[in-house]
Ligand binder design. Structure first.
Ligand SMILES: Cc1ncc(COP(=O)(O)O)c(C=O)c1O
Length: 436
């Protein structure tokens, strides 16, 4: 385990606990980019003249050089299919790919590689369980309990599986500050509940949900609990055993890793019992013309040629984040979000969604201005080279609850600075004045 002294990216002279953001920024080549020119030819062009302020980390994070190098090294030095060859490169690739499962399992406190399935993303991890377990096990009279703040990845998936099985989906309400109504949770989670599927950290409200309490409630009623950690694992320490969840999902591209890979943690005893989601090569043990049996965990759930380059690169991303320290990252982005909220609260025509500043909330701020539609705002921000997101953020029902079709969202990460927050706030102010 690394110590403070060995961490090049951590400031030891100032506050021992804070990040040396300028040093961290050097790890991310894309942060040197200027933008503003022709977008039809990706990559920096001659008309790109404004320094990028990237505040769309909730959608996807940027990639440090060493993760890019890990992908490049794989293709340059040991690109081969895994589990299928005795030749040297195949063995190297297999060992690295399997070790990546161990690394990601360790990163979230899972028991080992048997509990860590690589998927395409969080969405596929949800679908895997919904199809493998839900389609088989749910039926009329069964409840699946979600929350009003679910991402479509979970909401649409369980909604559709419920339609096919006759189960009912129920939604735990949120209060005016965007927290879960736990009394309502206690009302809804009962004898008929078979699955509680809850977002750990809301991608719109920034709310951090009490997953361990919900796990207790679910287990009291012999229900499983699935937590969506897409906005949690990149930004805070997560331990699935402490949370006592049965399933937990997250995406590589939101945690400094590559696109195209996600992770599904599943309790070993359950993964052993349920059927595979995808069938084909590598997930089998023995096949005859009549019958097939399944490979051991986690390969039983990874049919076909898996995400080899992505897997080894995601393990590198996990190393990178852990060396910097998840607590530090959490503290840094919460401070930035607090700082942004403090300034934005000075505008009299703004509505900020989610729990108040100072509470345990994640490093993002979603809001609406009275005078400017969220899409127009994001477009004006783009003139300042500030990348934020506008829309429903894949939470249309939540936005209906909030009484709006869309919101603007700035989401911070380890490489963002207070100066970038100032640029954001100045740009928002200019937009207000333009539309006033
Ligand atoms: C809370 C939450 N859940 C699920 C997802 C889906 O992630 P992916 O698109 O990587 O599957 C996202 C993505 O924004 C998210 O924020």
């Amino acid at each position: 385990m690394l110590t403070l002294e060995t961490l090049p990216t951590v400031m030891s002279t100032q506050r021992a606990e804070s990040l040396d953001v300028e040093r961290v920024r050097e790890d991310f080549p894309i942060l040197d980019r200027q933008v503003g020119g022709d977008v039809s030819n990706p990559g920096a062009g001659p008309d790109d003249t404004t320094p990028l302020v990237y505040l769309d980390n909730g959608a996807t994070s940027q990639t440090p050089e060493r993760v890019i190098d890990a992908i490049s090294k794989y293709y340059r030095e040991y690109n081969a299919n895994v589990h299928r060859g005795v030749h040297h490169l195949s063995q190297e690739a297999s060992i690295a790919y399997e070790a990546a499962h161990d690394r990601l399992a360790e990163f979230v406190g899972a028991g080992g590689r048997e509990e860590m399935v690589f998927t395409k993303n969080t969405t596929e991890a949800m679908n895997l369980i919904a199809y493998s377990w839900g389609l088989e096990e749910l039926g009329p009279g069964d409840d699946v309990v979600l929350t009003e703040m679910e991402h479509h990845a979970s909401l649409v998936t369980w909604q559709q599986i419920a339609k096919r099985t006759g189960a009912e989906v129920k939604y735990i309400a949120i209060d005016d500050d965007g927290r879960l109504d736990m009394d309502h949770a206690r009302e809804l989670i009962g004898e008929d509940t078979e699955m509680v599927s809850v977002v750990h950290v809301s991608n719109v409200l920034g709310t951090v949900n009490p997953i361990a309490d919900l796990a207790d409630l679910a287990h009291e009623h012999d229900s499983y609990i699935f937590a969506d950690g897409a906005q949690a694992v990149p930004n805070r320490p997560v331990d699935v055993e402490e949370l006592d969840v049965d399933f937990y999902a997250f995406s590589g591209h939101k945690m400094c890793g590559p696109t195209g890979i996600g992770c599904l943690y599943g309790r070993k005893s359950i993964l052993e019992e349920i059927q595979p989601f995808l069938y084909g090569g590598d997930m089998i043990r023995k096949v005859t013309f009549e019958e097939s049996t399944w490979n051991e965990l986690p390969w039983k759930f990874e049919a076909g040629t898996p995400l080899i380059a992505q897997g080894v690169a995601l393990a590198e991303a996990a190393d990178y984040l852990e060396e910097i320290g998840m607590e530090r990252i959490q503290r840094h982005e919460t401070e930035l979000a607090d700082y942004a909220m403090e300034q934005l609260e000075g505008f009299d025509d703004i509505e900020i969604y989610g729990p108040p500043r100072g509470e345990d909330r994640s490093g993002l701020v979603s809001f609406n201005l009275d005078s400017v539609h969220a899409h127009d705002l994001a477009s004006i921000m783009n003139d300042y080279a500030v990348a934020i997101r506008a829309g429903d953020h894949c939470t249309q029902p939540l936005h209906e609850t909030l009484g709006t079709a869309a919101s603007a969202r700035a989401s911070f990460y380890l490489y963002n600075t207070r100066e970038e927050v100032d640029t954001l706030v100045e740009a928002i102010d200019s937009a207000r004045q333009l539309f006033a």
